[in-house]
Write a protein that binds this ligand. Sequence first.
Ligand SMILES: C[S@@+](CC[C@H](N)C(=O)[O-])C[C@H]1O[C@@H](n2cnc3c(N)ncnc32)[C@H](O)[C@@H]1O
Length: 365
Amino acid sequence: MVLSANRKRIVTQRITTFDEFRTAVSAYRLPRVLLVALELDLFTTVGDRSWTILDLAKELKVSERGLSILCRNLAAVGILRKQGASYRNSRLGATALNADHRAYRGGYLNLIKSHWADWIRLLESVRSGLPIDHDTPDSPDYRRQFTWAMHHRTLEIAPAIAAQISFAGSTTLLDLGGGPGTYAMAFLAKHPLLRATVCDREAALEVAKEIACTHTVRRRLSYLPLDFSSEPIPGTYDEIWYSNVLHIYSPEENQAIFRRAWAALRPEGRFIIQDAFLHDREGVHPVEASLFAVSMLLFTRGGNTYSTSETTKWLKEAGFVSVKPVPLKKGTEDWEDGILEASVPGPRLKTTVRRTRSSRNRKAR
Ligand SMILES: C[S@@+](CC[C@H](N)C(=O)[O-])C[C@H]1O[C@@H](n2cnc3c(N)ncnc32)[C@H](O)[C@@H]1O
């Protein structure tokens, strides 16, 4: 597999030889080993002691032969440490992967465990163009689990991003589709004068409240239960943060949401979108952004990943101006070059704004 980067620093993964194809297609092996370890809850059982294969196999009720090959592979990538005939957890195994540790990321681990069975069904979605479970309602139980998964996914990314976005001069922020509120809390921690509202479905907001209750910024945090794909957004904000929601919806649905966001921002207010944007002219790179669209095919009716240029066009059509990328330090991003900001025109364009705002409001409902 060749890893290369073009002038725009887009990482591409090229498959041009049969060997590269074989390597790419065999990549399922390590993920399968890792997921079986999670299914056995192996890292929790190993805990903070050292185990022989014999004892661990008895404890996990699996074969010695199977476990020794599994553990050898986990040791080969450093998640377990092998010392003579014994195995113990690495730091990662003992913390984020261990259900008995306070840093356990169970929400996210459960989500990725279930993805294996979902991705096996990709052919169904490619044939039908529909999500695999299109009849399953979005139950509160699922929403709770998913919201915890989002929190566990974003715990470290959110503060790193918050450290690089300035909200100077702003006092109100709406975290639209904010789920666990991890970003809202990171922004509040960085900006003492800011107040934030997390807008999501009721079940997601319950999780957000549980997470916030031990957080010092909770007094500046409020909650707005709303289906923003069909209802106008009440209130007026200085900033709207729309992170990892764009890909859930079709172009038309996003355009309607952009109009609602526009109507809920004050003049010169800012709409900041974070997502897995495509950056090249053909709209195929980065690979990660194209792969993410596969998840949207499996799980949503109209979702996809979009290029920065088409998103910019929709933003301008909704009335936004000054659309531009927000550069972040490499290695601290959620997605490669994954943030775009846009503004509502200021007082100089007042007449146009008023006219546009009222017509946009009508359309948004
Ligand atoms: C992928 S999660 C992203 C969570 C968070 N913004 C982040 O970046 O980690 C998308 C969130 O948007 C919420 N959401 C999607 N469509 C929504 C709608 N129409 N009304 C309310 N919430 C919605 C989901 O419930 C979910 O919490």
